[in-house]
Design a protein around this ligand. Structure first.
Ligand code: 9MJ
Length: 680
């Protein structure tokens, strides 16, 4: 690029980055994903490196964040609050260590303090004579906002330091954050009240600390971990000795911990840089199980004398860097919207996206759920959107980047008839979902019903995958689940791409599947909102299939978990002509034992609610659930005040934290096995 082109680009980047800084730091409403911000900043830094004359004092590369808000009083930091530079790959990390090593030639092996990179808000806490007197945000690094009253409401931050041994003035630097469980609760409550949800825990934490009324912050359940020390003054207390502070960053965090200031439990001292990759991989793997949101790891030269030798550049220390995880949010374009018909006829808009690498995979589709979601997002075809894929979670469209809306953006129009069978569509009152009225006349619903019928948690039919179901329906060999059992070896082996072995496999699988259990059979029918748990509850309550078919709405609602809507769905299912035919056929072909009535003393967990979380390595979650249910327990998916026991397997995450907060009794896998054995 020529100098004049670069000059123009640098000006544009200044304007863009300043605007993004304002949205991120001042308004707590980021408009683009972090990666995009990082890319722009890096582009600016690269241009400034190539053309040093373009690097001006007011360049956004020279400052840490946004300016302090006017509504809070301002605090000038006695020691500036630094930000961190980022690396994104092993190569960039290598370049960082080389830069460090080049400046510290005489050091053979450099210890690093390794920390998770919390996604919250940097805060400085000032203690005078052991008392918290001031708390300030980072602001632009030199001047922040005085948020003392809000910080005082954070339960884990001590208002008075523990013990007697601390400097006269001690500034603690760290991150205020909102634990994932608190964030989920807050957003659920906000949505219930029709209020706007926060985009992520960082924004929620920042939004809470920026409240002028500290009563609001007090309700938000924020937390704090220290990651460093700022200004320290030692005038009078000679008993502390010359130097109260240790010469190791890690030891300093331990000193703070001894004073009652929380330290992140994952922080670790590494003997040298060869241990960095191990720590990074370990934290990346544990990410979903941590109770707080992180976006990477941080590595800091541990020796304070070496830190001082290295010093810092405009924005950040030379002795530390964040080693970020692959982005979980990216920008892409919505190319089109297709409409899929599900098992129950629900018509779901599916976003077709310009393929984008995010959260470790390439994403080209995302569900848009329903009209309400489309309205909430305010999304149009051709819009640029922020897409998020975290852990194993399905990709989601988080927001529309309105400032990038192209001229050809157009409204998403729902179909007026079923895109598969052309039957009419309806939206029930109070429901957001549009449904096809074709029932099992609709090919899409037929396919999905049969896929569900044969799926692993239902009849688990060996040799019958989704693709084969589609082929069987497309070739008109199968119209209903009952037709599956009428397939002959000849039918199957003459199908395209079907060898004798696969045909044998399927016929054997079907023969085996004829014998099942009552809960699995009920679940396999695919009645709306009758999942595995409800199916098991129905079986345990009614004991045989005829009783379920004959039950009325009032009786059905006596079953745990069954409310008015589910009861209606069950009644409607068994009233439909087509379903009566299929079910009658299935009853003739299949068999399952009735449930034996358990006496009260065989149901020791009647009225007890369990939640299972994490990985159970010995018995598996489904098995644990079935055994608990057989003993009368209710097994629920979420922890609440009504939970009696939480079974926490390996890598238990936010549910465990929530249960601990609520004082719920917690069992590990061994304890669960012992408990079940006692009642066998
Ligand atoms: C976070 N965000 O977790 C620092 N940070 O150190 C950690 N941030 C930091 N350290 C110096 N763990 C400046 C910022």
């Amino acid at each position: 690029m020529s100098l004049s082109d670069s000059q123009k680009r640098v000006q544009d980047l200044h304007q863009l980055i300043n605007q993004l800084n304002h949205q991120y730091y001042v308004l707590d409403e980021p408009s683009v994903p972090d990666v995009e911000y990082d890319r722009l900043l890096r582009e600016l830094q690269a241009l400034e490196a190539e053309f040093p004359d373009l690097k001006t004092l007011d360049s956004p590369s020279q400052k840490v964040g946004g300016q302090a808000l006017k509504s809070f009083s301002q605090v000038t930091h006695q020691v500036p609050m630094l930000s961190l530079d980022n690396v994104f790959s092993a190569d960039e990390w290598k370049a960082f260590t080389k830069r460090v090593q080049d400046r510290l030639v005489s050091e053979k092996s450099i210890k690093f303090c390794a920390e998770p990179k919390l996604d919250g808000l940097a805060v400085s806490l000032r203690y005078e004579n052991g008392l918290l007197v001031q708390a300030a945000t980072r602001g632009d690094g030199a001047v922040g906002e005085n948020i003392t009253e809000n910080v005082r409401t954070i339960k884990s931050i001590p208002l008075k330091l523990l013990g007697e041994s601390y400097p006269d003035v001690l500034e603690v630097r760290g991150e205020v954050f909102m634990p994932k469980a608190s964030f989920d609760d807050l957003n659920k409550k906000a949505l219930k009240k029709g209020e706007k949800a926060f985009a992520n825990p960082r924004n929620a934490a920042a939004g809470s600390l920026r409240q002028l009324d500290s009563k609001i912050a007090a309700k938000r359940n924020l937390a704090f971990y220290a990651y460093g020390v700022g200004y320290v003054e030692q005038a009078s207390n000679i008993t502390l000795g010359e130097e109260w502070l240790e010469n190791s960053h890690y030891q300093r965090l331990c000193q703070l911990k001894a004073l009652g200031i929380p330290m992140c439990p994952e922080v670790k001292l590494l003997a040298d840089s060869t241990e960095v990759d191990g720590f990074y991989q370990h934290i990346l793997q544990e990410r979903d199980n941590l109770s707080y949101e992180i976006d990477g790891t941080v590595f800091k030269v541990d020796d304070i004398a070496l830190q001082q030798k290295l010093g810092f550049v405009a924005r950040a220390p030379r002795w530390a860097t964040a080693y970020k995880f692959p982005a979980q949010e990216e920008t892409t374009q919505l190319l089109d919207v297709d409409f899929q018909v599900g098992r129950t006829g629900a018509i779901t808009p599916v976003a077709r996206l310009n393929p984008i690498f995010v959260g470790g995979v390439t994403v080209s589709n995302a569900t848009l759920h329903n009209q309400d979601e489309i309205d909430r997002l305010g999304i149009k075809i051709n819009d640029f959107v922020t897409i998020r894929r975290a852990g194993d979670v399905i990709p989601q469209i988080v927001s529309v980047q309105l400032q990038k809306r192209p001229e050809n953006a157009c409204d998403i129009l729902f179909p007026t008839s079923c895109p598969v069978c052309d039957s009419g569509v309806v939206k029930a009152e109070g429901e957001a979902v549009l449904r096809c009225t074709g029932g099992l006349f609709c090919g899409a619903q037929r396919k999905e019903a049969i896929k569900h019928f044969s799926s692993r948690k239902a009849l688990d039919i060996d040799g019958l995958g989704d693709k084969l179901v589609e082929q069987l329906v497309d070739e008109n060999l199968v119209k209903t689940p009952a037709d599956l059992f009428k397939l002959t070896e000849l039918d199957v082996s003459t199908m395209e791409r079907m060898g004798k072995k696969s045909a044998d496999n399927l016929i054997n699988g079907l023969t085996k599947a004829k014998t099942t259990t009552l809960p699995k059979f009920i679940y396999a029918l695919g009645i709306r909102e009758v999942g595995e748990t409800t199916a098991a509850n129905l079986a345990n309550y009614f004991l045989n299939f005829s009783a379920i078919k004959a039950a009325d709405e009032i009786l059905l609602q006596k079953v745990p978990d069954v409310g008015a809507i589910v009861a209606k769905n069950i009644i409607q299912f068994f009233q439909q002509e087509h379903n009566i035919e299929v079910v009658t056929e299935l009853e003739a072909i299949m068999s399952w034992p009735d449930i034996e009535l358990k006496s009260a003393d065989e149901q020791p967990f009647k009225d007890k609610t369990f939640v299972i979380t994490g990985t159970l390595s010995q018995m598996g979650r489904n098995e644990a659930k079935a055994e608990l249910q057989a003993l009368g327990a209710k097994v629920s998916g979420s922890v609440s005040v009504k939970t009696h026991f939480l079974v926490a397997g390996e890598k238990a995450g936010s549910k465990l934290t929530k249960a601990q907060d609520l004082g719920v009794e917690i069992l590990n896998e061994d304890e669960l096995i012992a408990l079940l054995a006692k009642h066998k």
